[in-house]
Design a protein around this ligand. Structure first.
Ligand code: SF4
Length: 383
């Protein structure tokens, strides 16, 4: 159908699943975090503004091609699920960028996520130019978001950030990971708790929406308590618009794996991660953030809501899980990671409960204790 393509980076936040992915930089300028493998062995680079603009031009042409295709297929220029199916199942191998634009249009064509790991490394004037060009070409765009490192943001002025906001940048996603300095050092995050606070406050002062990511389980057995308490303190000082949690899962390619092998970092069990999450939520005070557990690795997706009004509801979900019998806990853990459950109430679905129980019994018959490995493998398959 087309030779047009746009460059795509490897990741995006879960909340940007339906956004247009547009690469503004390549890879990560830091690339040393112990728990991250995304850009390992990849070199960081700024993309020239003209190159990014060419991708924006390509998106415009792809949109035009898709609309023409819609007319030829009898869909009247509309992008509907049946048309998207035709496009996505096209026997010709379509470039990733083309599929990405088709999905973006199908989902309203309103949100854009600028990839990769730290786009505030671009000069403010360059990023303003890109944002303006993007909005100029697609007036339908409502939201433009990006990842940025707190260290980089802390070096920007509020005026810089305001210029980005005025040009269309709506939200910055920052990997806070933890607010506990010894843990940030251990994980080679390259940023301090104070820098996280400075960066977060600047983003808030600029009027750009702020999303802070916390890694549940990152403290391990040695630091889980401090991780929860100090992270809550940092978040309480920033009061971000969103607090998003994702659970630690360590793969072989991550530097942290070596620490686990050597026994210098001991992972928490699922139940301990939930205890840690409880402490984090309990310690969050005086904020008006929205708490989101939308990452597939999280055991309790339903721990979410607005602070302060939903705090007791979130704690109740956690306490509900912690009060389950060991048999129900392991059934839930396997069912959740196997995609059969989304919430604790799903345990009441007899058919699904039995399905998970049958799988559990089969796994345990084949090899006693193997269920932990199966759950771990399932989590590994999500990332
Ligand atoms: S800053 Fe982000 S992208 Fe870069 S290594 Fe750390 S976690 Fe990975």
């Amino acid at each position: 159908m087309t030779e047009l393509n746009i460059e795509q980076g490897p990741i995006r936040p879960p909340s940007e699943a339906y956004s247009l992915l547009l690469r503004a930089t390549r890879n990560c300028p830091w690339n040393r975090c112990e728990f991250c493998r995304t850009y390992k062995h990849e070199k960081f680079g700024l993309r020239p503004v003209e190159e990014i603009k060419k991708d924006i031009d390509a998106v415009r042409e792809i949109v035009s091609e898709i609309k023409t295709f819609s007319w030829t297929q009898g869909f009247g220029g509309e992008i509907t699920p049946p048309l998207a199916n035709v496009i996505l199942q096209n026997p010709e191998r379509l470039p990733d960028g083309f599929r990405s634009v088709a999905l973006w249009l199908l989902n309203g064509g309103q949100n854009v996520f600028l990839q990769d790991g730290d786009n505030l490394t671009l000069k403010t004037a360059d990023l303003v130019e890109v944002l303006s060009y993007l909005k100029g070409n697609f007036p339908s765009i409502q939201r433009i978001t990006t990842y940025a490192r707190a260290k980089t943001v802390s070096r920007r002025t509020v005026e810089d950030l305001q210029a980005l906001r005025d040009a269309g940048l709506s939200r910055i996603h920052i990997g806070l990971e933890s607010g506990y300095d010894p843990l940030l050092q251990l994980m080679k995050k390259g940023v301090t708790a104070q820098e996280h606070v400075d960066a977060g406050k600047k983003v808030k002062a600029s009027g750009i929406s702020l999303s802070e990511y916390v890694i549940l389980g990152l403290g391990g057995k040695a630091m889980w308590r401090e991780h929860a308490i100090e992270t809550a303190k940092v978040l309480n000082r920033i009061n971000p618009d969103f607090i998003r949690v994702r659970t630690l899962k360590v793969l072989k390619e991550m530097p942290l794996h070596e620490k686990i092998e050597k026994g210098t970092f001991i992972l928490l069990t699922d139940d301990e991660v939930v205890e840690e999450e409880r402490l984090l939520v309990e310690q969050l005070e005086g904020i008006t953030s929205t708490f989101v557990s939308d990452h597939v690795l999280n055991l309790l997706e339903e721990v979410g809501g607005m602070f302060p009004e939903d705090k007791s509801k979130m704690l109740a979900v956690i306490d509900h899980y912690l009060a389950l019998s060991p048999e129900r806990k392991v059934n839930f853990r396997l069912g959740r990671r196997g995609g059969l459950y989304r919430s604790l109430d799903d345990l009441l679905n007899e058919e699904r409960w039995n399905q998970v129980q049958t799988a559990l019994e089969r796994i345990e018959t084949e090899r006693q204790g193997a269920v932990e490995q199966v759950i771990s493998d399932l989590m590994g398959s999500f990332i």
